[in-house]
Ligand binder design. Structure first.
Ligand SMILES: NC(=O)c1ccc[n+]([C@@H]2O[C@H](COP(=O)([O-])OP(=O)(O)OC[C@H]3O[C@@H](n4cnc5c(N)ncnc54)[C@H](OP(=O)(O)O)[C@@H]3O)[C@@H](O)[C@H]2O)c1
Length: 252
């Protein structure tokens, strides 16, 4: 009997990562949930296991290369890696943005994705049919005022995805970039505004149906389950009420 294919999801403790873990578990993958908050991924793994799926949790900070390398030793073969861990800090203009925020966003979104991808690429290749998903953003494709360090970091992730695809062509691994626009998740905007829930709520104010974590997980699940020879290079997904990063219809 063939072994159940394994999918690793980073940042599976909330939002898009948690929803993606649920989707991939339902698609028949054995999901390995990682994030820094162990209690949250353990609770989700237990919930998925109780529902008859295969799921385990592993506490991991994607910016800690030694820890990522240690984590990777558990995998001889891996079907799917979803690089989802990431996020934004602040919405300051370039003129006044804090370099520490820029550095942290680059570390988490770009170096974190680099760390995990490098460490797991041998196992993805060894599977004979590996898939890497990189959760960038529409911020990876065009800028917006106040986007500063987040836009720069997500452009970095986009370049990582494009370059890796060029470099590993001919190996049995595909690279899929999913670039969502506005997604209302529980924590993304609150983290960005350092716990200021009022500011966070304004991001979505008057927007008729921003995307949900489940909408994005659904697109990831679809892209990952295409036949092996089909590579969805870049999938841009926005709510209907958002035409661009700066053109959002609000009923206020
Ligand atoms: N929400 C949006 O509008 C939107 C739009 C486009 C793209 N995205 C991207 O989609 C991804 C998920 O966003 P989300 O909305 O689901 O945000 P979220 O709910 O804030 O989730 C972020 C996840 O990343 C994890 N994380 C952060 N730093 C980490 C680190 N150093 N090591 C390991 N895990 C880390 C967090 O877990 P722990 O804190 O437990 O470690 C959490 O699970 C991010 O890359 C984000 O940039 C979001």
């Amino acid at each position: 009997m063939a072994a159940t294919p394994i999918a690793v999801v980073t940042g599976a403790s909330s939002g898009i990562g948690a929803a993606t873990a649920r989707t991939l578990a339902a698609e028949g993958f054995r999901v390995v949930l990682t994030a820094r908050r162990k209690d949250r991924i353990e609770a989700l793994a237990a919930e998925l296991t109780d529902a008859g799926h295969q799921a385990t949790a592993y506490a991991l900070d994607v910016t800690d290369r030694a820890a990522v390398d240690e984590f990777a030793t558990a995998f001889r073969s891996l079907a799917v890696l979803v690089n989802n861990a990431g996020g934004a800090l602040g919405a300051d203009p370039v003129a006044t943005g804090d370099p520490a925020d820029w550095r942290q966003m680059y570390e988490t979104n770009v170096i974190g994705t680099l760390n995990v991808t490098q460490a797991l690429l041998p196992a993805l290749t060894a599977s004979g049919d590996g898939t890497i998903v990189i959760l960038s953003s529409t911020a990876a494709l065009s800028s917006y005022e106040g986007g500063g360090g987040y836009v720069a970091a997500k452009h970095g992730e986009h370049v990582l995805a494009e370059t890796l695809r060029l470099e590993i062509v001919g190996t049995p691994v595909r690279v899929i970039e999913v670039a969502p626009g506005m997604v209302r998740t529980e924590e993304f905007a609150t983290t960005r505004f350092r716990g200021d829930t009022e500011k966070a709520a304004k991001v979505y104010a008057g927007v008729d149906a921003p995307l949900t974590a489940e909408d994005v997980a659904d697109t990831i699940g679809w892209a990952v389950t295409r036949p092996s020879h089909v590579n969805i290079d870049l999938l841009v997904v926005r709510p209907r009420a958002q035409a661009s990063n700066t053109k959002v219809h609000r009923t206020l």
